[in-house]
Ligand binder design. Structure first.
Ligand code: SAH
Length: 364
């Protein structure tokens, strides 16, 4: 029997797990009062388990050079219209020092996927320099795609603590629809397992609203992620990019509908994984100027403000309408700070902001 929305939310608030049917019911909500009730329940759990504190992760987009050809992504290998760039060591350290000076507790180094000894050594060197330049006060997350286990081990030893690798979708057959034959979902999954073995705090997530994706798929995504027992979740709406095979989807792209589904997914994720770190992603902001703040009210507790020199931001467009392209890091920080204070939350300046889930998993 499928319960009513209030019953389902009560079940979640009492700490009982939700199943596929309940999640589909929540994702299908159309009535505004039910929608608000979903967000309020998620917010209640967020307040209880992770607090009303937002942690900033300074995002450094280190390079848009990518060996992969994921069909939806603006920096895919075969997009010849994108001008490729790679930040120098000094530029990355500069961005990191800015984040450190502004008391961001942690940094995310993100980029296209490159598997090579040169890339491995470059990141190792960056990690060493970063550690020295910030007295080890900055927690570092990497988001550099799939890598062999020995590479992950070297980066972990050089000081990276966390890694983000989205599964994109947890349905293997569906994954293959959006990727060339040699991009394997199983490889991505086993990379997540390697990360765990190498003692990283692990984050994953999916894209929401891919063409052909059903509510049942999304509910299953959430249940799959819960089973993976991850520490962090980063997921956001799919947004078509004009230089990809999905260009034709731009004309009919339903921004409000995608935002709504993205927010409902965040809220459901909070109901399922109350003590995980949950990011309000930039893709939400691309759909609505206040999308990330809405994400916080739907249960997210992490924001990743861009700290890359604005000169390069135009060239790191994974999807259409990337926000804040002309804002510098300080303007970004200030506008976020204002909106966060407006919704009555504080910013965890100077703190690493490990998820309680991770702390529970690794006491001490
Ligand atoms: N190369 C790295 C990280 C960079 S891509 C990796 O593969 O993990 C970061 C994320 O951007 C991807 O995982 C994907 O979920 C998201 N992304 C890419 N194209 C997108 C699009 N068109 N709309 C929304 N999100 C997209």
């Amino acid at each position: 029997m499928i319960h009513s929305v209030p019953d389902i939310l009560n079940q979640a608030l009492l700490g009982q797990s939700l199943g596929q049917k309940e999640l589909i019911r929540l994702l299908d909500i159309q009535v505004e009062s039910e929608r608000q009730a979903l967000f309020q329940a998620a917010y209640k759990l967020k307040s209880k388990h992770v607090g009303r504190v937002v942690y900033f992760r300074g995002l450094v987009e280190i390079s848009n050079i990518c060996q992969k050809d994921c069909t939806y992504c603006g920096i895919r290998r075969s997009n010849s219209r994108v001008k490729r760039f790679r930040l120098s060591e000094d530029e990355i350290i500069q961005a990191a020092c800015w984040a450190h000076r502004n008391r961001y507790g942690s940094l995310v180094l993100q980029g296209g996927e490159v598997q090579s000894e040169a890339q491995t050594a470059f990141i190792e060197e960056i990690l060493n320099r970063l550690h020295a330049a910030t007295d080890g006060e900055l927690a570092v997350t990497l988001s550099l795609g799939e890598q062999p286990r020995d590479v992950l081990r070297r980066w972990r030893r050089a000081g990276a603590q966390r890694y983000l690798l989205r599964l994109e979708t947890t349905r293997e057959d569906f994954y293959q629809r959006f990727h060339p034959e040699d991009h394997l979902w199983q490889t991505r999954l086993s990379c997540l397992e390697d990360l765990r073995q190498e003692d990283y705090q692990v984050g994953t997530g999916v894209m929401i609203g891919l063409p052909g994706q059903t509510r049942a798929d999304l509910a299953d995504d959430l249940l799959f992620i819960k089973n993976l027992d991850v520490d962090m979740i980063g997921m956001g709406p799919f947004i078509p990019h004009r230089d990809t095979p999905f260009a034709s989807y731009l004309a009919d792209f339903d921004k409000p509908g995608s935002l709504d589904l993205g927010l409902k997914m965040l809220a459901c994720a909070r109901l399922l994984l109350p003590d995980a770190n949950l990011a309000a992603t930039t893709a939400l902001q691309a759909l609505d100027g206040l999308g990330r703040e809405m994400g916080l009210k739907a249960g997210a507790n992490i924001i990743m403000p861009n700290v890359t020199d604005s000169e390069y931001r135009h060239q790191y467009q994974l999807y259409e309408g990337k926000p804040s392209l002309d804002e510098n890091s300080e303007q970004c920080r200030q506008s976020l700070q204002c909106t966060i204070h407006r919704i009555g939350e504080t910013i965890g300046y100077g703190k690493w902001g490990n998820s309680p889930h991770y702390l529970g998993r690794c006491p001490g």
